[in-house]
Design a binder for this molecule. Sequence first.
Ligand code: WT7
Length: 635
Amino acid sequence: MSNFHIKHLEEYYQVYRKSVTNPEAFWEEIAEEHFLWRKRWNNVLKWDFSKPEVKWFEGAKLNITENCIDRHLLTRGEKTAILFEPNDPNEKAQHITYNELYKRVNKFANVLKQQGVKKGDRVCIYLPMIPELAISVLACARIGAIHSVVFAGFSATALATRINDSDCRIVITSDGSYRGKKTIDLKSIVDDALTETPNVKNVLVVKRIKSDIHMKTGRDKWLAPLLDEASDICEPEIMDAEDPLFILYTSGSTGKPKGMVHTTAGYMVYTAFSFKNAFQYTENDVYWCTADIGWITGHSYIVYGPLANGATTLMFEGAPTYPDWGRFWEIIQKHKVNQFYTAPTAIRALAKENLDFVEKYDLSSLKVLGTVGEPINEEAWHWYNDNIGKKKCPIIDTWWQTETGGIMISPIPYATPTKPTYATLPFPGIQPALMDENGNEIKENQVNGKLCIKFPWPSMARTIWGNHQRYYDTYFSAFKNNYFTGDGAFRDEVGYYRITGRVDDVIIVSGHNLGTAPIEDAINEHPAVAESAIVGFPHDIKGNALYGYVILKEIGESRNHDNLRKEINQIITEHIGPIAKLDKIQFTKGLPKTRSGKIMRRILRKIAVGEMDNLGDISTLLNPEVVEEIILKRL
Ligand code: WT7
């Protein structure tokens, strides 16, 4: 029996039991057999959730790029590592072999060194989905620099906040990006951001759209000539197991974005292990995850997990709608994709279109279908199962988070019987718990509760960059000795989990994690706005959409309210990005508040979804009279 690759249900239960009765022995065996270490660990695990402190494979030395690239060269040198499918279907796909990836990563790593980047320095990467994005991530890891990838859909302000928070001194970007018919001028977004980031001295620019952009002398440099000059050999920096590998920002319900810190060895072991099992990847498969590398899904399951397994990972630059709604299916046919991993919001959007877009293509190469990012509704699940998988491909509904680093609850395809809308069973090593209102663990089945994880797993985030106290407060203070996920879940009669959604003020829109606070802060920047509150309401494609209640400074203002709505969304776009725009904006005289002045979002949420007869007791509010006005003017 192999602990690393689970092939049927009994094996899952056996492996799972072992992983929870003796976690250290379990992970030690996996670490020993499947990776390249420069030095062995002294301890498999040390942990204390009350601090919280978690250390996996302490004392071990390694470089993750040796595991993702070098060690495959002997046996897989000519195998495609990254298969790049450009935005324009008429542009040729690129097959980057492991040999070529090795050279390109080393060259890039040497350029970074030459620019003065050292082990432990933070490097901000703001790139579209082009090979240089994956290569720059790996180049950082090669030299022990900490990458901080910022999704290239974020605005200049959002980028600046992230650059400053982790004090990045160098930014890697491009002259622009393609998305469908549009080109986006990324470099000018970076230029705007850098007016707010005094410490950035260095910008490396990839040429992608060949537009004539402004290059600031002394600061901005084209990457290509530097790469041409650089050697293709770069000795890997030997890292400690617990050295940070990257920072990735995620929204919180309050305050600025949280820079989640992931470390080297545990992250590598868990993403490799979970990739293998979640997708049942076998040697000649072509695997495709449609996420952007700017999110954790792309870090773990486009770059590190697949490459650690010597897989072929497809990177798609474009949009599912370009040149038409058949593009995903066309790509699956063209590259004979075997595992396909996407988000429920994409499935819902595609399902709305004519089936001809699907039926034109041969999808018979598919073996496994995955979803991630938000709960998948039953209708979308069946559409995916019937029309894409032709009822022959198991659907893995994978629940996890930026903070967890890897897939936590998911079926293992061809082993775990699936059940629509259920993420099903925990992965080996993952010990979920459901908590009741009083903070006690609920042991029975067929119950709802707040989802916690009660034991460490190798790929969990170790801290929030620069704010360990916030890490504790956010994840470890609500339930003693447990990691609290922020999600609610239902456990059915056989122990399957169904994730019911966030129980905090985070709203998932089109699979993007949005905190209410930063959006409200942006809206409040508008000179006419006094105060605002955001809630989510169900949307048939996006899963959730945003509903904003806005108080204007001058009551009875004569300004055109539609213009004001546009301006508010414009400010949100500038501060966060277009993904955070509001679908509905209701102007109101007041917001329901508790006597201590806290906005009662629960009431606003109910009104937004139309559950007005179920508001509960509002008599204890500071201002119960506003509720009636809000209901009357509801959009
Ligand atoms: C939140 C984490 C994990 C990569 C993408 C999102 C929600 C994620 C599922 C799923 C129901 C899900 C949760 C979670 N979520 N996957 N399969 N079923 N909900 O990462 O941006 O950190 O968001 O996404 O609410 O807490 P993220």
